[in-house]
Design a protein around this ligand. Structure first.
Ligand code: NAD
Ligand code: MG
Length: 393
């Protein structure tokens, strides 16, 4: 039967890869809604190809520009704003929601999809980091299916027993091995990181991704966010997850069992593999991804992460250990810091310094409602912006 899908963040890197998988299976998947922030021309092209019922832009002006570009007989209704995002993520006609808006902006529609019992294809790790318990509560209450799309978590999911019930020891699992490429600056000292530029930081050695996650990969904050993501998804402690730097990005993560077995998922660094897996699970479909050629790869390397020169991973561990609102604060401060770095307002090495300063000022409270999470997020953004104004970093 045809599955109707809403793609949140359809003009981004994950959004475009998702539409490429849809394009290969027109009989299986149809697009219900596409959403984007401001990229009007790309959205108009996607509408012409996929004829969704709705297109949602972030604001009224982008929506008006989009309407002007669409032909008169276009079947797509153009909407804008948070309420529209929530509507297209939770509409009863929708089967699957690809959550691929970047950052905290993705929280409300992703949560709405969970509450409405959809299959949630979770790329937007920030929403889980910010509001883990709340989000997982919504998945349970809404009867949603949560499929991790982040390549590592998708690999872990594939390497876990199909009946995993939320306890590592009950499934004979000793440890989760979360692989990391190490990013473009692997091997450098912090003194050599002072003057790196945004274009150097976004030039990831293996993956082609949006700007924000590329900077996160360069600081190792991406691995920090993924550590928290793994703990929430698989209901385990930070000590159960070991970060393993694996520069080739061929193994996407592993699960170590008590009998000494280690199960891994390998593949090209192409997000269409985890996306297709999530869309078709428990079946498998063509994703347009070439098979691995192990003879070309020849060698796989592993090393420990350098937490001294890349302090963001340790900051994420602290945030998860403190719990409550602290992961939301870590995430928000990171978003402000990364945006400032991309504007060339701060140095690369100021990113962890700014995040730490904001975390040090925060009094953790329990994150048991959306209001509490959103107010911690706003507080952290305002606090980070005020440190940026003071230039006291
Ligand atoms: P991207 O920057 O390429 O795309 C982001 C999308 O979100 C765009 O469609 C943009 O229009 C939309 N968007 C941005 N701000 C918005 C706002 N305020 N309101 C509404 N829409 C908004 O990012 P990406 O690389 O595709 O990453 C998307 C998410 O997937 C992130 O959370 C990222 O961490 C996660 N992820 C990405 C990859 C990857 O390979 N790119 C891998 C794993 C996880
Ligand atoms: Mg990842």
């Amino acid at each position: 039967m045809t599955q109707w899908i809403t793609v949140l963040g359809s003009t981004g890197s994950i959004g475009c890869s998702t539409l490429d998988v849809v394009r290969r299976h027109p009989e299986k998947y149809r697009v219900y809604a596409l959403t984007a922030a401001t990229r009007v021309a790309e959205m108009a092209g996607q509408i012409a190809e996929f004829s969704p019922r709705y297109a949602v832009m972030a604001d009224a002006s982008a929506a008006a520009q989009l309407r002007e570009q669409l032909p008169e007989d276009c079947v797509t209704e153009v909407l804008n704003g948070d309420d529209a995002l929530v509507q297209v993520a939770s509409d009863e006609r929708v089967d699957q929601v690809m959550a691929a808006i970047v950052g905290a902006a993705g929280l409300l529609p992703t949560l709405a999809a969970a509450n409405a019992g959809k299959r949630v294809l979770l790329a937007n790790k920030e929403s889980l980091v910010m509001a883990g318990p709340l989000f997982l509560g919504a998945v349970k209450k809404g009867g949603a299916e949560l499929l991790p799309i982040d390549s590592e978590h998708n690999a872990i999911f594939q390497s876990m027993p199909a009946d995993y019930a939320g306890r590592l020891d009950a499934s004979g699992i000793r440890k989760i091995l979360l692989t990391a490429s190490g990013g473009p600056f692997r091997g450098r000292q912090s003194s050599e990181l002072n003057d790196v530029t945004p274009s150097q930081a976004v030039a990831h050695p293996n993956w082609s991704m949006g700007a924000k996650i590329s900077v996160d990969s360069a600081t190792l904050m991406n691995k920090g966010l993924e550590l928290i993501e793994a703990c929430f998804l698989f209901n385990c402690d930070a000590d159960d997850v070991e970060v393993v730097v694996h520069p080739e990005s061929v193994i996407h993560s592993m699960v170590q069992y008590c009998d000494g077995s280690v199960l891994a998922q390998l593949g090209q660094p192409d997000m269409r593999t985890p996306i297709a897996y999530g869309m078709a699970w428990p079946e498998r479909i063509e994703a347009g991804v070439e098979s691995l050629n192990l003879f070309d790869i020849a060698r796989l390397n592993f090393e420990a992460p350098d937490e001294e020169n890349f302090p963001c991973l340790a900051l994420a561990r602290v945030a998860f250990a403190q719990g409550g609102t602290m992961p939301a604060v870590l995430n928000a401060a990171n978003e402000v810091a990364v945006a400032a770095f991309l504007r060339e307002d701060i140095r690369f090495t100021t990113i962890p310094a700014l995040i730490k300063k904001v975390m040090d000022q925060h009094s953790v409270v329990s994150a048991d409602s959306l209001d509490v999470v959103l107010s911690a997020d706003s507080w952290a953004r305002a606090t980070a912006e005020s440190f940026l104004q003071e230039e006291s970093l």
